[in-house]
Ligand binder design. Structure first.
Ligand SMILES: Nc1ncnc2c1ncn2[C@@H]1O[C@H](COP(=O)(O)OP(=O)(O)OP(=O)(O)O)[C@@H](O)[C@H]1O
Ligand SMILES: [Mg+2]
Length: 278
């Protein structure tokens, strides 16, 4: 991990710089700015020969900075495959992936890893926390990978835990926390590095309805208040209703792509006296 490594080819700033700075970030006020993410004809084949299986069959998708996208679709339709590819955890077999105008497939393995650590946060259905490790240390982990000094790590991890409502729980291990709290720790870990994009693969899949809504409100707030672009896989329409946009995968392709005219929280009653507000 070398925070002084040379910048990536293209327009990505060096690791350690302000994630929002450096390079031509997409400008929402400029309709001609490139989207944050641009996929063209993305394919993914697992295995070879007789056992080869094509999980993605030509995915075209543009995602603007600041969007909140729910990805839905039947089991096996390629949602997780697409998420792993978007987060540079895996590479496509074919097609083009542009992130902030940079051709991801032209980057080296190290450069892709840096791009992943720098711009993406991940949240999974199973939380993926270290069991015998405190909430605070779990949240600090990606900052250790980044080579942040201890004092900065502690401060960033505490701030992230505060944002997910877990102040006071820093020294509890996952086993001492509820499922909803564990997912909050995982979200704190994902946002501690100040990512531009949060990739959440069925983040509420292991939670009951009330905890699921709490997690969704948290993701919604991160999107609205912090401008984090959220891409979330879900099987539940109630959770997808928080998103601004719904993309449906069927059989390795995008089958539909719709704007949500009234995301979930806007459906709640307006405060008293506010009914004259359009
Ligand atoms: N590592 C792998 N090797 C071989 N085949 C794989 C691999 N990962 C996924 N697949 C296959 O690719 C297809 C798409 O899988 P993927 O996990 O992307 O589906 P999904 O839409 O996320 O499904 P789910 O809703 O069940 O999570 C499936 O048929 C799956 O069996
Ligand atoms: Mg999946």
């Amino acid at each position: 991990m070398n925070p002084h490594a040379p910048p990536l080819r293209g327009s990505l700033p060096p690791e350690g710089a302000d994630p929002a700075g450096g390079g031509p970030a997409p400008d929402p006020m400029n309709p001609h700015a490139p989207p944050l993410i641009c996929l063209r004809g993305i394919t993914k084949v697992y295995g070879e020969g007789n056992t080869a299986f094509q999980a993605l069959k030509g995915v075209d998708l543009d995602i603007e900075q600041g969007d909140f996208v729910a990805i839905m679709g039947p089991s096996g339709s390629g949602k997780s495959t697409a998420m792993n590819m978007l987060g540079c955890l895996d590479q496509p077999t074919g097609g083009q992936y542009l992130f902030r105008g940079v051709r991801v497939e032209s980057l080296s393995r190290d450069e892709r890893a840096r791009l992943r650590r720098r711009y993406f946060g991940f949240v999974f259905q199973g939380f993926h926390l270290l069991a015998r490790t405190s909430a605070l240390e779990n949240v600090e982990l990606p900052l250790i990978y980044r080579g942040e000094p201890a004092a900065r790590r502690h401060a960033a991890a505490r701030a992230a835990l505060e944002q997910v409502g877990l102040t006071g729980w820093e020294h509890h291990t996952p086993g001492e926390l509820s499922g909803g709290q564990q997912q909050r720790v995982a979200i704190a870990r994902a946002i501690a590095t100040e990512p531009q994009v949060l990739l959440a693969d069925e983040p509420t899949g292991n939670l009951d309805t009330q905890r699921s809504h709490e997690i969704m409100e948290l993701l919604w707030r991160l999107n609205v208040d912090r401008g984090i672009t959220v891409l979330m896989v879900t099987h539940e329409a109630d959770m997808a209703a928080y998103a601004r946009r719904m993309v449906r995968f069927v059989d390795g392709q995008v089958a539909s792509d719709e704007r949500n005219p009234l995301p979930h929280l806007l459906r709640q009653p307006l405060p008293e006296g506010a009914d004259h507000v359009a």
